[in-house]
Ligand binder design. Structure first.
Ligand SMILES: [Zn+2]
Length: 91
């Protein structure tokens, strides 16, 4: 794992570094860079849809945006494009 910032990566590098993202249109890639990449570089965490059963049923879980699973390990989470916004969703 390099310490290269996600913002400095090419699209191909970014796709390889973020396994829960996927190849998409140029507009969607641009939006991902605008909406999500700065937060990845800031080591932010993300809320996601589908965390009702996380933390022993208490919900309120979060996700780092890179790993395959949420913080408590209960759900697999991925990025999904939804009406002009990227959001995190369990699947
Ligand atoms: Zn969780």
């Amino acid at each position: 794992m390099s310490d290269k910032k996600y913002a400095d990566m090419t699209d191909a590098e970014l796709l390889a570094a973020v396994p829960q993202w996927y190849d998409c249109s140029a507009d969607e890639k641009a939006a991902f860079r605008q909406q999500i990449v700065p937060r990845l570089d800031a080591d932010d965490t993300f809320s996601f849809d589908g965390d009702e059963n996380c933390n022993g049923g208490n919900g309120n879980c979060c996700w780092g945006g890179i790993e395959r699973r949420c913080a408590c390990g209960n759900r697999r989470v991925a990025w999904t494009w939804d009406h002009g916004m990227w959001r995190a969703e369990a699947y």
